[in-house]
Design a protein around this ligand. Structure first.
Ligand code: RB5
Length: 145
């Protein structure tokens, strides 16, 4: 699995934590920055990740800002993206199993690094359950027409 990851300035520290996690558990990724602590606009950093997940170049994406909200709103504007804003482990598991979410958004100012790592690891390893959930994903896709 290949993961694209980015943040804004409000998510820089947590992005680095999640990059460390992916190194530890052997997940291939590309880090789309930012590579300075300058203030940036989150849609500019959501777009490269969302576009690459939507095109299939990457299997999944992780987006982090202060709240995760701006990143999730931005990513969900891109066709084919199902971005889930998650701050608990139960939802991380459920959104993979039921929604087949392809991008995870988290807020660095909302949760600590320990919980964020657990959420990311759960989300990265849980499989989509398919079955009745597949029909619902198709209905989400139909909303894009
Ligand atoms: C940046 O100050 C902050 O607005 C951003 O990181 C994010 O929380 C937006 O949703």
């Amino acid at each position: 699995m290949r993961v694209a990851i980015s943040s804004d300035h409000g998510g820089n520290n947590l992005r680095k934590e999640i990059v460390n996690l992916m190194n530890e558990i052997g997940i291939e990724y590309q880090d789309f920055g930012p590579h300075t602590d300058d203030s940036v606009d989150y849609p500019d950093y959501a777009k490269p990740v969302a576009d690459r997940v939507a095109s299939g170049e990457f299997d999944r994406g992780i987006l982090i800002c202060g709240t995760g909200i701006g990143m999730s709103i931005s990513a969900n504007k891109v066709k084919g993206i199902r971005c889930a804003l998650v701050h608990d482990v139960f939802s991380a598991k459920a959104t993979r199993g039921h929604n087949d979410s392809n991008i995870l958004a988290m807020g660095e100012r909302v949760i600590g690094p320990g919980l964020a790592r657990e959420i990311a690891q759960t989300w990265l390893t849980e499989e989509f359950e398919g079955g009745r959930h597949g029909k619902r994903i198709q209905k989400i896709t139909d909303l894009e027409k």
